[in-house]
Design a protein around this ligand. Structure first.
Ligand code: PAF
Length: 284
């Protein structure tokens, strides 16, 4: 395998410095590993658009709550590195938590408002962990562009906001959701589903498709949309709804009344003990 797997942030940063000095562009694909076709699409896009690509594989402890799945989060570095190499990335950056959060670590980056709704409501501190690690990854990689999936729509909105608010000098590229044949959005957490739960999980995309069809038919009431998606989700006995929300694409505030501006329609649903999210964006 010729791809370089590097754990030391300073080594990656030195390489990035060399590339920049030669006038070459860098793309970063931040991931927590256990890569699937969704990640592959990000890496492919990054390779197309940049001279060099760094894929970070780091299960970031500070974005997990105390009762979340940090310890059991799936890992497979060999398979991840093979995918990165096949797609043409240059470096897999795979630090240890101690490489990223050394002794006396005490600086965090926090985006207000839009981090306390949707997933942020049930995952306090999660987005603070995400924005802090992304900041570090952007600084280490000196990236011109960073690639994120639209499946984590709130994460993408939060990162875009951070980059704009802090005048960070890189472009954030959002890439479309990649789905399984039956519609389930690709996610490393799909691995937790047993066969019965896996079948049930298709209800997420099915319910969103119903919602999209309602909007296509001309319905504009946010509540009617929420009701339709909720009713469809409830047809699956294994689904336990955390939220069904219709929010403004920029502010992530709930839409009251009719939809008149671009919206994000987002859901979080537990199937068994696995929390899954999905969404679509809609412009009226
Ligand atoms: O989406 C993820 O996998 C993570 O939240 C990210 C962006 C890699 C930060 O740890």
């Amino acid at each position: 395998m010729s791809i370089r797997i590097i754990s030391d942030p300073a080594v990656v940063q030195a390489k990035a410095r060399e590339w920049k000095a030669a006038g070459e562009t860098i793309g970063i694909v931040p991931t927590m590993g256990f890569l699937h076709d969704g990640h592959r699409s990000l890496i492919t896009r990054a390779v197309e658009q940049n001279d060099h690509v760094i894929v970070s594989v780091f299960v970031n402890p500070i974005q997990f709550g105390p009762n979340e799945d940090l310890d059991k989060y799936p890992r497979d570095l060999d398979a991840d590195a093979a995918m990165c190499e096949a797609e043409g990335a240059d470096i897999v950056f795979h630090p240890e938590p101690s490489d990223m959060y050394g002794e006396y670590f005490s600086t965090h980056v926090e985006v207000d408002d839009i981090t306390s709704v949707l997933c942020g409501a049930s995952r306090p501190g999660h987005f603070r962990g995400v924005t802090t690690v992304c900041n570090k990854l952007f600084n280490i990689s000196k990236a011109d562009r960073a690639y994120f999936g639209e499946k984590d729509a709130q994460q993408l909105a939060v990162i875009r906001r951070m980059v704009r608010d802090l005048n960070m000098d890189l472009e954030i590229v959002g890439c479309p959701i990649v789905r399984e044949e039956d519609g389930l959005a690709r996610s490393s957490r799909n691995k937790y589903l047993n066969p019965e739960e896996r079948k049930a999980a298709v209800i997420l995309s099915k319910s969103l498709n119903k919602g999209k069809a309602l909007l296509d038919s001309g319905e504009r009431s946010a509540q009617a949309l929420i009701d339709t998606i909720t009713a469809e989700l409830k047809t699956e006995p294994m689904s336990d709804i955390e939220y069904v929300s219709v929010v403004d694409s920029i502010t992530l505030k709930d839409v009251e009344g009719d939809i008149t501006a671009p919206v994000l329609v987002a859901i979080a649903v537990r199937i068994g003990s696995t929390r899954l999210i999905d969404n679509f964006s809609y412009e009226v």
